[in-house]
Design a protein around this ligand. Structure first.
Ligand code: GDP
Ligand code: IMO
Ligand code: MG
Length: 444
């Protein structure tokens, strides 16, 4: 048994949903520790596509319990829509549990997110407009509404009347928007509360009990390392902590209970929204990666910016998350390319820089230094073992593993569950025992 954190090692959309779903076959419990409906995790099973925003990607397995943890922010309207969509596809949501201490996204959060983005103009962050920042801001300011408040109409009414009066002043004076009606919001949220009530639990306790019962628990990160509020490309980040440490905080468990951390990274890089991106490509190559990788946001439909793999970011993700191993996704997207570049260091103000500079202004000035590898120019979509891969694809993977000094446990070659090479199962495999630093199995 093992408790495993699945983390995005880049700027989100690395394929965490696919990898979590894949590993969930061995998991008893899957927990979403942070983030909200800004996340969009896509899972493809037998040709059917599921797009999940808040519900953990373990939900497709009939026995697996799924917990939306305390560190998340919950938009009940979207959560209920998601539950209904799954139910319509005959996926039971009976095993879905929601933390009583998670914060709730209210209509004013969405309005304020969108209005403040508009006001920022060219300095906008490029948020998903789902009210994530304002919900976490209220949590920090200690004026937020939590799931437990939703469950108590009297508390909710008192809190809402006070908060909406304050928010209406801001909506009016700062953004010239019409006020919200307390009673209308109250009525909507009480209706949501009644539907969610059977799912509400003390999530930290429930996870702890599962740990004590020696169950396998997966923690499904949302967003990615470089979107982390503290350690990402601030201010172009989200408002939670998607890094591995954040999973413990969000789930309400201690770090000693984690056995492994697996980082998910695309074989290239994408970013959606604004902010610096040293390996970003323009022109035909960007277009090729975007088309071939279907790089359009799951949540907003926005086109993702595409670029080469950034090894500096990769090494940073290994450090910040304490990664044990990697899942490299979308290798197939590179199949047609004649040559592939990997950023191995930056040029910063005339000097070589081989680490991620925490200083945002410096990061924006970093220029990538590349090594060029030959492409394999053969389809990899049908490969199921490392031996099936063209030698040059294997060399590319080795190069990435050596650059990041962490083994590759999983290689993904398509959106479906079966389009995967499992070099080493992070749940069942002995930690690092079968892998050398190149990510390939050690001769035994
Ligand atoms: P997440 O937010 O990290 O879960 O990632 P998203 O679901 O937002 O984006 C990843 C996209 O790539 C989804 O559309 C997946 O179906 C798709 N995908 C995942 N793994 C692979 C892969 O190995 N190859 C290809 N071609 N697509 C993949
Ligand atoms: P998953 O879990 C990619 C980005 C937004 C924006 C910034 C802040 O699918 O990988 P927010 O709405 O969170 O305040 O937006 O963060 N962002 C994501 N980018 N994948 C995500 O989630 C993201 N969640 C937020 O595009 O740049
Ligand atoms: Mg996504």
């Amino acid at each position: 048994m093992a408790n495993v954190i699945v983390i995005g090692a880049q700027w989100g959309d690395e394929g965490k949903g696919k990898i979590t779903d894949l590993l969930s076959r061995s998991a008893d419990v899957v927990v979403r520790p942070q983030g909200g409906v800004n996340a969009g995790h896509t899972i493809v099973v037998k040709g059917q596509t599921f797009k999940l925003h808040l519900i953990p990607s373990g939900i497709l397995y009939p026995e697996t319990e799924c917990i939306i943890g305390s560190g998340t922010v919950i938009d009940p309207q979207i959560l209920l829509e998601e539950m209904d969509q799954l139910a319509a596809l005959n996926v039971s949501v009976e095993r879905l549990y929601i933390s009583q201490t998670a914060h709730v996204t209210m209509p004013y959060h969405r309005l304020l997110d969108q209005a403040s983005e508009e006001k920022r103009g060219e300095h906008k962050i490029g948020t998903t407009g789902r009210g994530i920042g304002p919900t976490y801001a209220d949590k920090s300011e200690r004026t937020g509404i939590r799931v437990v408040d939703l469950m108590e109409p009297e508390t909710l009414e008192k809190k809402l009347a006070w908060t909406i009066n304050n928010k209406n002043v801001i909506l009016d004076k700062l953004y010239e928007l019409p006020p919200l009606d307390v009673e209308a919001v109250m009525a909507d949220y009480l209706a949501y509360a009644e539907r969610l009530r059977p799912h509400v639990v003390d999530s930290s306790l429930k996870i702890y009990e599962a740990i004590k019962a020696r169950k396998n628990i997966l923690f499904e990160g949302a967003q990615g390392t470089l979107l982390d509020l503290d350690h990402g490309t601030y201010p172009y980040v989200t408002s939670s902590n998607p890094i591995a440490g954040g999973a413990c905080v969000g789930a309400g468990i201690g770090p000693t209970m984690i056995d492994r951390v697996i980082g998910v990274a695309k074989a290239y890089t994408t970013r959606v929204g604004e902010g610096p991106f040293p390996t970003e490509l323009i022109g035909a190559l960007n277009q090729h990666l975007c088309d071939r990788g279907a790089e359009f946001g799951t949540t907003t439909g926005r086109r993702r910016r595409c670029g080469w793999f950034d090894g500096v970011i990769g090494r940073y993700a290994v450090r910040i998350n304490g990664l044990d191993c990697l899942a490299i996704t979308k290798l197939d997207v590179l199949d047609e390319l004649e040559e592939i570049k990997v950023c191995v260091a930056y040029e910063l103000d005339g000097a070589t820089c081989d680490h991620f500079p925490g200083n945002a202004a410096q990061f924006a000035r970093c220029r990538p230094l590349y090594e060029t590898l030959p492409g394999w120019q053969r389809s990899t979509a049908h490969c199921r073992t490392l031996e099936d891969l063209p030698q040059k694809a294997l060399d590319y993977l080795k190069f990435l593993a050596e650059l990041m000094e962490v083994p590759i446990a999983i290689v993904s070659l398509g959106a479906s569950r079966d389009q995967t090479i499992i070099v080493e199962d992070p749940i069942h495999g002995p930690k690092r025992a079968l892998l050398d630093a190149t990510g390939l199995p050690v001769e035994t």
